[in-house]
Ligand binder design. Structure first.
Ligand code: SER
Length: 430
């Protein structure tokens, strides 16, 4: 067993300071600071949006293109919608800034682990006892054994033996989409507690829900290309791809209970509370905060809302926001002031929101007007149905979708919220 954990008494640190510390640290280690790429992928049909710092660099890993230098670092804006239903909890977001560093055919596991450990303990001053790491447990299907090399280097730098956790393919193997460069990874977690509650013991359950927070994927050990048929081919050379979510790291380093307490998101939450006179639930405030940022980022790239593909994401997010404020009886929520607040306060990090402000605001307003109209008349019709009896028939639902244009999931939600029963099956809710 390791020694007793040590309380962490570091001072507060802003997201800007973390960002700059990260970039200047990697620059001092001979990494070239490169620009943030557009969130719209170029010539990559496997992705709707850039979902990781490595996504715009796939061709570097496959050797099809060469970077200016073999060591790189940056902060990349990313969009990930796979966790949409979890948004509003303490750490899930649909957009975030990823701190990334890369070795393209240069150092591999030893270099990545030494760099990560030095940065975390000497520059972010995290006590060694607070750090846990995961390593790939091995998988016969790709011919890899447990990653003893990563284990060895983590131990060598100072990570306690019982703070090293073996994790299977579903947790510790990384790929940006269905196909492309990929590999096993080694991740760093921060222990948020000083007691024994849910404390990890080797071979036991590693509680990443309440106790340990992932702060850095400190190395995808890029060594395969996943092909269309699901097979893996070795890459011509091995590389390292690291990524740390800035929001999560800021939350963790400041011992905050959610990413919405960080300087990256709290001002937006506060503005929403001010505009809604405190009438919205905490979860709705968080969802609105997250969605406002993501919608703005997408529209600022001149991607208009539409019914399919990339454009469907802002459409869906805008509708979710309107629904939430309507449901919580803040029907005339001043979205325009919220978007203007976001543009005025965050254009230093996201310059396009200011540059393409007119496109952003006009497309948001158009989308808002259209959906709000549908929603108001659809909800009126639903209220009418409700007064006639506590049920809704398939014909009513069909009429609402086809004539009123109301999305089916809204009808379903309304039915659930109002304990509607189906006319043809009185025993079950709609
Ligand atoms: N691509 C890896 C990730 O997103 C490391 O950056 O976790």
């Amino acid at each position: 067993m390791g020694i007793l954990t040590v309380s962490d008494t570091r001072e507060k640190i802003t997201s800007k300071e973390i960002r700059e510390k990260f970039l200047s640290y990697f620059e001092s280690k001979d990494h070239l600071r490169i620009k943030n790429s557009s969130i719209i992928p170029k010539n990559d049909p496997t992705l709707l949006f850039i979902n990781a710092g490595m996504a715009p660099m796939k061709k570097f890993f496959t050797g099809e293109e060469s970077p200016e230098k073999p060591r790189l670092c940056n902060v990349q804006t990313c969009i990930r919608t796979i966790d949409l239903d979890d948004v509003g909890d303490k750490s899930h977001l649909t957009s975030f800034s990823m701190l990334g560093s890369w070795s393209i055919g240069d150092y591999f596991k030893e270099g990545a682990i030494k760099l990560a450990y030095e940065f975390l303990t000497k520059h972010l001053n995290i006590p060694n006892e607070k750090l846990y790491v995961t390593v790939f447990a091995g998988d016969k299907s790709i011919g890899l054994d447990v990653d003893d090399e990563c284990k060895k280097w983590w131990k060598e730098v100072g990570i306690l033996e019982d703070h090293i956790v073996e994790c299977p393919m579903e947790d510790n193997f990384w790929i940006a989409g269905e196909t492309g460069p990929c590999g096993p990874c080694t991740e760093v977690f921060y222990d948020t507690r000083d007691d024994d509650v849910n404390k990890y013991v080797p071979g036991g359950y590693f509680d990443t829900k309440t106790r340990y927070i992932e702060i850095w994927n400190a190395g995808v050990c890029m060594q395969f290309n996943r092909n269309l048929d699901g097979t893996y081919s070795p890459l011509k050379f091995k590389s390292i791809d690291t990524g740390a979510g800035l929001e999560r790291l800021t939350m963790t380093l400041n011992k905050m209970s959610s990413v919405y307490d960080t300087d990256l998101l709290k001002p937006i939450c506060d503005k929403i509370n001010e505009l809604a006179n405190g009438k919205l639930s905490e979860r709705t405030v968080r969802v609105l905060t997250d969605h406002t940022r993501t919608i703005s980022l997408i529209l600022s790239e001149k991607q208009a809302p539409s019914n399919e593909g990339r454009g469907y994401v802002p459409r869906k997010l805008i509708r979710r926001c309107i629904l939430l404020t309507t449901k919580e009886s803040v029907k005339d929520f001043d979205y325009l002031s919220l978007y203007n607040f976001f543009i005025d306060n965050y254009s230093d990090i996201f310059p396009l929101i200011k540059e393409n402000k007119d496109f952003l605001l006009s497309h948001f307003e158009k989308e808002y007007e259209q959906f709000n109209k549908v929603l108001v008349s659809g909800l009126e019709k639903l209220d009418e149905i409700k007064t006639k009896g506590n049920n809704i028939s398939k014909e009513d639902a069909f009429d609402l979708v086809t004539t009123y244009g109301l999305p089916f999931d809204i009808i379903e939600d309304y039915a659930k919220d109002n304990n509607f029963l189906k006319k043809d099956d009185e025993s079950s809710s709609f």
